[in-house]
Design a binder for this molecule. Sequence first.
Ligand code: ADP
Length: 383
Amino acid sequence: MQLFSSDFKLGILGGGQLGKMLMYDAKRYDLHTKVMDSNQEAPCAKLADEFIIGDITDYDDVVSFGDKVDIITVEIEKINTDALMFLEKKGKKVFPSARTLKVIQSKSDQKDFYKQHNLPTSRFKNYSNLDELRNNFENDNFEFPFVWKSSRFGYDGKGVKIIKNYNDLNFSFENECLIEEKISIQKELSVIVARNISGEMKCFPVVEMEFNENSNLVEYVMCPANISNDIEKRAMQIAMNTSEKFNMVGLLAVELFLTKEDEILINEVAPRPHNSGHHTIECCMTSQFDQHIRSILDLPLGETEILIPGIMVNLVGENKVEGNVIYKNINDIFDIPGVFIHIYGKKKSRLNRKMGHITIVNRDIEKAIEIGKKIKKKIKVVS
Ligand code: ADP
């Protein structure tokens, strides 16, 4: 089937900024896109060829959407996987697969998966609820401090707590959760690996992520990471092994901890374009979005080589009360060389909502980092 300038329809579940950026490349190829999201004002709404209001967690909505497209992909994990499984059984192409998404939706299942497949990750124990944890963790030989996580629906650090003593477990939580050994982290790294239907794989260069201490959100992504060739190679190998074990088609973003002892451990993965790959639009020969499209259409993958180093700075809402967004001082950075501004198109800003990002490129990564950190202080996303 001819894919370009044809009746072929690419279905994207979720209409956020990742979908919007995916669509820039889909448009470049003149692919017909159909997107579903429950929010009429989602960033994709005006860009998609067809935009459907619907609930991505609802079985019937997902099945009825999937029936009308040729390939289904996602820009967010929280999709009804039973519906995707049904569509797969009917012969629909779903990338990532329903099975992969189902595992990744649960941090506990992800950890079991790594263990089963001998992929390196921190020591952990899964529990069905907090009471079970309170009654058992001592037998499991976990020393304080350890890290507690909700298995499901945590994101950007929500649902993660450092437990320093028994009293810290004094909160109520009825659902599945897990504890992990607290790692002495040297750096947080990410590798995005693409795998197409034929099994061709390519990694993007390893990046270093810096998180905001209060919000736990990624604040900066630096490309390339300041690591040795040996660590880069090992990180890429782990990412490729993980993608293979999931039998992935599409992108897999593999978030890693580099420990103080130079060990590399998988923290978690995301089977879609990722915040740690936004810089690829300007810094790499192929963007993560282009690569995702190539993977799921079984086209040859693009070169991932760095054209120019860069830093990505997230723009997040700083206003506690939701209101119409204002990007304070944004006009003042247009004259800085190497600055690329991305505004996602969300009308309302609220605390820690991802509203946009800025990539700063420079032949000298240190210079890019210096400019990026100044810009972060200058721009205020408020209402
Ligand atoms: P989320 O999915 O909400 O982003 P993560 O599981 O990635 O949550 O954890 C958020 C952050 O907490 C990580 O980026 C890391 O800084 C810290 N963290 C998570 N797990 C551990 C661990 N086992 N040891 C030390 N720090 C951790």
